[in-house]
Design a protein around this ligand. Sequence first.
Ligand SMILES: [Zn+2]
Ligand SMILES: [Zn+2]
Length: 70
Amino acid sequence: MSDGTYCDRCGRPLAAAGGGQGHEACRAARELEPPRYCTRCGRRMVVQVTPDGWSSRCTRHGLTVSPAPR
Ligand SMILES: [Zn+2]
Ligand SMILES: [Zn+2]
């Protein structure tokens, strides 16, 4: 589902040399937590929790908001 280059929870490259291990836990945690790192540049984002969910802002790539609840 994520089309970014970096993990949005730990900020490491998804396709790291050696297999990109360990992001399954990140993905599971992301069901409960807002993203902390930009998927496009790996920078730490400013996270705000809102009544509707969350918003995360990258200084380079702007705002990402939580997907609409299903
Ligand atoms: Zn990760
Ligand atoms: Zn970014």
